[in-house]
Design a protein around this ligand. Structure first.
Ligand code: BG6
Length: 370
């Protein structure tokens, strides 16, 4: 666990993993790389960036966890304060500041990032001239990634906003825990539908806003035997959950999305989007999510996994696209250090570069097996 500065590239790592024979072993690796873009994005999973995602600052990066604030989609009400803001608001296309480490110990490593109205592009600020501050905290432990977003109203009047963590998962999955919840079906003219299925499997264009989801915890099922490698997603103070996959036709229409990528992704986005949060002057509101890698008891033992050659939960990360980043990340410690730079790795102190691009990769810790 550590926060390091590699000559302008900052890395947060927690790679201890949790390991017992017969359960899957995963580890979370987060690298925070200075990218020179006026953007901050947070990417979680084995395929951090969609193939055609623009990385030149002209568009939000397609992947990871773009932060949606203060408007989800386009406001349908012309009278909404945020009505003239672009789709999904301004936080995902603004320059964030790295505010430094919060914790760095055996248990967890954690860092904070900030965005205020002063950092928002002028044209957007004009459309929503509010004095606000966002603090986004990223915390890694052996098997969790926690994100919290604090919204502060630094003005003298209340303001209203939506917030959403637009998390891209780069694996074909099903989601359990949204049954008996009513959703607005955006691909069906916003029809209100009650989901009665035990789990949602993505096999067509899906764009749903699950409203007032009573359970705060879902299972993101990777479809592996015995649930190996599944995630749980716990939402914190967020009522709604959006589930999105563009499927083939929309994917072809999107210039920043590979033609086949719809087969290996889904967005599960906890947020508060069906109603605006009203925040009084001087007050702070907080939300977040905890993504936990967990394994149900597997019948496979460490020996079985070695004999079989390829643990099942490893295969899912061996897509063509993820192979490169995976092999970089899964080398043993000395190799990983080489890949990231040979400079002495010093604690993060002194001048901190201002603009960052974040990449989080969750993947198998294969050195446990081989
Ligand atoms: O293309 P964007 O702006 O990143 O949005 C992607 C999708 O994001 C989802 O949250 C919306 O429900 C979809 O309607 C939208 O298409």
């Amino acid at each position: 666990m550590t926060i390091k500065d590699y000559e302008g590239k900052v890395s947060l790592e927690h790679s201890s993993g949790s390991s017992t024979e017969g359960t899957s072993v995963l580890f979370i690796y987060l690298s925070l790389i200075r990218y020179g873009l006026e953007l901050l994005e947070l990417l979680v999973n084995s395929l951090p960036i969609r193939e055609k995602s623009k990385l030149d600052g002209t568009k939000a990066i397609r992947g990871g966890i773009p932060l949606i604030f203060p408007q989800f989609a386009k406001a349908s009400e012309p009278s909404a304060e945020t009505a003239n803001l672009p789709q999904h608001g301004i936080a995902r296309v603004s320059t964030w500041k790295f505010l430094g480490a919060v914790t760095d110990n055996e248990e967890e490593v954690s860092a904070r990032f900030g965005l205020t109205d002063a950092q928002v592009p002028e044209n957007f600020h004009k459309e929503w001239p509010k004095k606000f501050e966002l603090i986004f905290t990223v915390t890694l432990t052996a098997n969790t990634l926690k994100n919290t977003l604090e919204v502060r109203n630094n003005g003298t009047e209340p303001f209203e906003f939506n917030a959403l963590l637009h998390t891209y998962y780069s694996v074909p999955i099903s989601i359990k825990g949204l049954n008996e919840v009513t959703y607005l079906d955006k691909v069906n003219n916003f029809a209100r539908i009650r989901d009665v299925k035990d789990s949602i499997t993505i096999d067509q264009e899906t764009d749903r806003i699950y409203m007032d989801v009573p359970k705060d915890e879902f299972i993101i099922d990777l479809g592996q035997p015995d649930g190996v490698g599944n995630f749980t997603l716990k939402k914190l103070n967020l009522k709604d959950t959006v589930v999105w996959n563009p499927w083939i036709k929309k994917a072809l229409e999107m210039s920043d999305f590979g033609d086949d990528e719809y087969k290996k992704m889904v967005c599960v986005e906890p947020g508060t989007v069906t109603e605006y949060v009203k925040l009084e002057a001087g007050k702070t509101w907080e939300c977040g999510q905890i993504i936990k890698v967990f394994a149900l008891k597997s019948k496979l033992t460490k020996r079985d996994l070695t004999r079989k050659g390829t643990p099942k939960n490893k295969q899912m990360f061996l897509t063509k696209d993820s192979r490169k980043s995976k092999s970089m990340l899964l080398k043993r410690e000395p190799a990983r250090k080489r890949q990231l730079g040979t400079e002495a790795q010093k604690p993060l102190v002194g001048d901190i570069p201002k603009e960052y691009f974040l990449v989080i990769t969750i993947t198998t810790r294969e050195e446990m097996f081989f």
